[in-house]
Design a protein around this ligand. Sequence first.
Ligand SMILES: C[S@@+](CC[C@H](N)C(=O)[O-])C[C@H]1O[C@@H](n2cnc3c(N)ncnc32)[C@H](O)[C@@H]1O
Length: 212
Amino acid sequence: MEYNVIKNADAIIGKSPYLVKNPTKYKNKWHDLFGNNNPICLELGMGRGDFIINMAKEYPDKNFIGLELYASQMVMATERLQNTKLNNLKLINADARDIDKIFGKEITTIYLTFSEPWPKRRDERNRFTHESYLKLYDKIFKKNKHIILKTDNKGLFAYSLESLSKYWYVFERVSLDLHHDEYPIKNIMTDFEKQYFKEGRPIYYVDARFDD
Ligand SMILES: C[S@@+](CC[C@H](N)C(=O)[O-])C[C@H]1O[C@@H](n2cnc3c(N)ncnc32)[C@H](O)[C@@H]1O
């Protein structure tokens, strides 16, 4: 997937009070940074941030962190956050591969929303539900493991169900059409999801858990 590059994106997002610079400094100290013991939920690849911002607004009793690789992608999120004061939201500009350097066992839920599908078999290890990522998540989950995944990509979804179940995750809820499910699931849409929803494409959803 190609994204627009915004000049000075680093400087723009650097001015946002929501951006945590040098996030590795806060390993094992994220609860201190938030100033409470509420659960910490992490979105990998938050893009323009609509989902994580609205989650933070909707659930003030939880903490949210949006992590994104590209500063250009994050500019929109920082703009959306101007004139807001959400004490339960932080943003990180980093590679998801480095999450074990950023977090200790502090995370309650990981959101994987419309992640790159990496359709070629040789790129499989880049998928956020590849075993190497699932092992990485083990290092940052507080106790029980909890992943919520949404995608429009059937191939990635099938792959993820297989990978998660091989890794002993249990599916609390699966939907092959999140927005038209017989039993509605409380949902906040991401930027990509809004677009796909408009186009009438089904959204695949899984809530996967492993309780220790
Ligand atoms: C298809 S977009 C989805 C954005 C957002 N989650 C949404 O649903 O609107 C995927 C996002 O994942 C980010 N991403 C891809 N690989 C990443 C990585 N290794 N670490 C962090 N972010 C990554 C991309 O830069 C992009 O913003």
